[in-house]
Design a binder for this molecule. Structure first.
Ligand code: PGA
Length: 272
């Protein structure tokens, strides 16, 4: 996967200058497949090609648009990775309304968001389910983007770091160091999602550094320095620069600002 080149360098000296940033657009339940095609075509023609050498970009549309976007990316040779927003942990079975990771892999999906706080909060998804999904995604050669983050009450009670650590421990059970190296963790404080409130770059960095050091103590320095940590929560063109200068922030998971080319292109263009 894209950040493998990092390992040439001694792991304990790496920074986010060595990890290839990943900017992901999480479209949530927005856009039909016609709108999705229009959006990626506009986005592609708006951005200079060399930007894709510097960063990875993934788009996570609703399931109904995956096949359309896969076709557009292939036919138009767009170096944009296809992403999904969720999947079931089983390959197949009597699970009405669910989508199998095997089906996603067949569509050339590269990244799958797992454990997004909206799924945890609105649909009762647990760390245990997230863990099963992480394994399912990995088994089919895709990369999980594992979302963690505290609520406002938890932050105010001073338990943000403990909450995030517990989510990581439980969501990543039985994952190997080699798998961790290629993993994406998205730190998304729940109170910053869709609210216009962004964590300060210093707070976001502090939590991302905390996550990396937790990963290091469990999986070792090489894996912890190689994995990429995204920040998510009201990311926009006006705050991408101050987030990306932080050492442990390796990209962003973008919701609202990924829905319009005028908002998303400048975020990606930050890297050109
Ligand atoms: P937001 O969403 O950028 O609209 O805050 C981020 C997310 O939910 O991943």
């Amino acid at each position: 996967m894209p950040n493998k080149h990092n390992l040439k360098k001694s792991a304990n000296t790496m920074s986010n200058n060595d990890r290839k940033p990943l900017i992901s657009g999480n479209w949530k339940m927005h856009m039909n497949h016609f709108e999705a095609i229009q959006m990626v075509q506009k986005l592609f023609y708006d951005l200079p090609l060399p930007v894709y050498d510097r960063i990875d970009v993934s788009i996570h549309p609703p399931f109904t648009s995956l096949r359309s976007l896969q076709t557009v990316f292939e036919v138009d040779h767009m170096p944009i990775a296809l992403g999904a927003q969720n999947c079931h942990n089983e390959d197949s079975g009597a699970f009405t309304g669910e989508i199998s990771p095997l089906m996603l892999a067949k569509l050339n999906v590269a990244y799958v968001i797992v454990g997004h706080s909206e799924r945890r909060q609105l649909l009762g998804e647990t760390d245990r389910q997230v863990n099963a999904k992480v394994h399912a995604v990995l088994k089919h050669g895709m990369t999980p983007i594992v979302c963690v983050g505290e609520t406002l009450e938890q932050r105010q009670a001073g338990s943000a770091a403990t909450v995030v650590s517990t989510q990581i421990t439980n969501s990543l059970k039985e994952v190997t160091a080699a798998q961790v190296s290629d993993l994406i963790i998205a730190y998304e404080p729940v109170w910053a999602i869709g609210t216009g409130k962004t964590a300060t770059p210093a707070d976001a960095q502090a939590m991302c550094a905390h996550i990396r050091s937790q990963m290091e103590s469990k999986w070792g320095n090489t894996a912890a320095q190689s994995l990429r940590i995204q920040y998510g929560g009201s990311v926009k063109a006006s705050n991408i620069a101050e987030l990306m200068v932080k050492n442990d922030i390796d990209g962003t998971l973008v919701g609202g600002a990924s829905l319009k080319v005028e908002d998303f292109a400048p975020i990606v263009n930050h890297f050109s």
